[in-house]
Write a protein that binds this ligand. Sequence first.
Ligand code: IPE
Ligand code: IPE
Ligand code: MG
Length: 228
Amino acid sequence: MAKTNTLKHLAIIMDGNGRWAKRRGRVRTKGHEMGAEVVRDITTYCAKHESIETLTLYAFSTENWKRPKMEVTFLMKLLDNYLKNELDTYMRLDTRFETAGDLEPFSNKLKQTIADTKKATKDNKSLVQVLALNYGSRNEIVRAANRVISEKQELTEESLSNALDTPYSDIDLMIRTSGEQRLSNFLLWQLSYSEMFFTDTLWPDFSPVELEEIISSFQNRDRKFGGI
Ligand code: IPE
Ligand code: IPE
Ligand code: MG
């Protein structure tokens, strides 16, 4: 019998901005700029998709601070501008903005923009877009475990899951662009039974058309969850 898997939670490692720019003889930051446009296109697709409830996007890892200061500063500014410029889009798409990761090291200005965007979009219902910012899965798990302990709860799969930055449904499908086949510290706990899809397309070239093809292939996969 043909199976159709339901896609509720999609996660994407948006990789390849630097290589995209390099291939065109442009500076790496140009790739990030184009990548931000694709974030808007993919979010739009997901907000309109009938079953997708949550879209988690890896935007900045706990390891990305190792990059040149100029690139890090550019990414922070790009994020600030994106959130301000796209507020109308979030509202039009009925999309709530959330984050995962430790926001503490960010500037007060950026923290304020993040808080303002969360507040303005908090009642939106069609989609939750979670941006993983200064996100590392090991860091998230340790913070969650400490939270459970400090609240004097018993440490169980359920209490730990609920204490994560990402207390959403399990991830059904994880896509990484740019041909790399690794997790780079992304959602180690939440990806336990996720289907994985790796595409060679660089993030600035990724499109709703390709996403739709990947979703079709996901829908036909045999998800067994340990059963037969
Ligand atoms: C992903 O693209 C964006 C971030 C990590 C912020 P990269 O910047 O990692 O692009 P490549 O991997 O160098 O091509
Ligand atoms: C992972 O990409 C982080 C984001 C996409 C934000 P990286 O480009 O930083 O990962 P590595 O260094 O290739 O593993
Ligand atoms: Mg990369």
